[in-house]
Design a protein around this ligand. Structure first.
Ligand SMILES: Cc1cc2nc3c(=O)[nH]c(=O)nc-3n(C[C@H](O)[C@H](O)[C@H](O)COP(=O)(O)O)c2cc1C
Length: 342
């Protein structure tokens, strides 16, 4: 299947693995790229050295195009982007920040750039910077989807910009791919679907818990990590979304957060205090979120942990390999396109 996205990015299928912290690791990235899609490494939790090693690992596992994702407002993200640019990674995907300098440097070596956005204003700004595609994240998505659903956001952005739009949020099968194309997208990114695959590092117990959940079993709350975020509906997630923050837990977890952000703890703690109660509470929530995410992803503990997942979890029924998922999506898309022609 060819679109402007597949042609420009040199991939066989218009299907992307988005950057998911602790999940989009080299093995999963390479599996998606080897299956004909575009795998994107999540660099959020990685230091510059770890990003470099991860890029080398991906290159050892695939000779196909791949990307790295950088959330520009997070500490360490610019350093990770620098590593990607120095390594001439084929695709850089940035979010939450001004990535004009990334576009300039990536284009100089023939690299491509994708901007992740949730509204028209940011899509137009990214187009002005010269990005090669927009990743539009709808409300259905796991984690930080915006307020507008994919059904409305994708056509709105496809009309607003002249570059390819990749829809994400709620896409997990061939019907979703054809629907996205009908809405004006030129590709889809599947987070929840690829996260429940054999190559995904998520604990088996958490993968099985996803299979047992329905389309209504998610929560969208700013009380988890300080930004509107979609998570699996579990007793712990419900408790977080309805209770005031636990200060003792936040204090304990702030040391882990400082380490993850590669910041001196005193600097983080007093810096957040000086910036006012809102920033302080946001950082306290982020500190607790990291611990909860690790419990679900690494330990399979969905009782005390919290798991990021989209509404489409209710449509995920099994744990196939990435290659099987890709074959299924492309075959179903072909069948649906044929049926629609009748
Ligand atoms: C397990 C998991 C972890 C994720 N981690 C992140 C993350 O660290 N940062 C981020 O911006 N998005 C994260 N996402 C969201 C994806 O990048 C993507 O926007 C989303 O999965 C798309 O919606 P879908 O799940 O309906 O396909 C995560 C998604 C999942 C399922």
């Amino acid at each position: 299947m060819r679109t402007r996205f597949t042609d420009a990015f040199g991939v066989q299928y218009p299907v992307v693995l988005p950057g998911m912290s602790m999940v989009s690791i080299p093995q999963l990235v390479a599996a998606v790229s080897n299956a004909g899609g575009l795998g994107i490494l999540a660099t959020g939790p990685l230091s510059a050295e770890e990003t470099l090693q991860a890029i080398k690992k991906i290159r050892a596992l695939t000779d196909k195009p791949f990307g790295i994702g950088v959330t520009l407002m997070m500490p360490g993200a610019k350093e990770n982007a620098e590593i990607g640019l120095n390594e001439q990674v084929p695709v850089i995907n940035f979010s939450l920040g001004k990535g004009d300098w990334i576009v300039e440097r990536a284009h100089a070596y023939g690299g491509k750039v994708i901007a992740t956005v949730v509204n028209e204003r940011h899509a137009l700004a990214a187009e002005r910077y010269g990005v090669d595609a927009i990743l539009a994240t709808g409300h259905e998505a796991a984690a930080h989807g915006g307020p507008v659903t994919s059904l409305v956001l994708v056509p709105a952005l496809a009309d607003a910009v002249n570059i390819p739009v990749i829809g994400t949020g709620g896409f997990a099968d061939g019907r979703g791919l054809v629907a996205a194309l009908a809405l004006g997208a030129e590709g889809i990114a599947m987070g929840s679907r690829f996260s429940i695959s054999q190559e995904s590092p998520i604990h088996e117990n958490t993968k099985r818990t996803v299979l047992s959940k329905g389309i209504e079993d998610t929560l969208y709350t700013a009380k988890f990590d300080g930004m509107d975020c979609r998570v699996m509906k579990t007793p712990r997630a419900e408790q977080i979304s309805t209770s005031p923050i636990n200060p003792v837990r936040a204090f304990k977890n702030s040391f882990g957060l400082a380490k993850q952000m590669r910041l001196n703890w005193f600097k983080l703690f007093f810096g957040a205090m000086i910036m006012g109660p809102k920033t302080f509470i946001q950082l306290a929530r982020a500190a607790n979120a990291t611990e909860a995410l690790e419990l679900a992803i690494n330990n399979g503990d969905c009782e005390n942990g919290v798991h990021l997942i989209g509404q489409v979890q209710g449509r995920i029924m099994d744990i196939p390999s990435v290659a099987e998922i890709m074959d299924r999506v492309m075959q179903e898309a072909k069948d649906v396109q044929k049926e629609l022609q009748h």
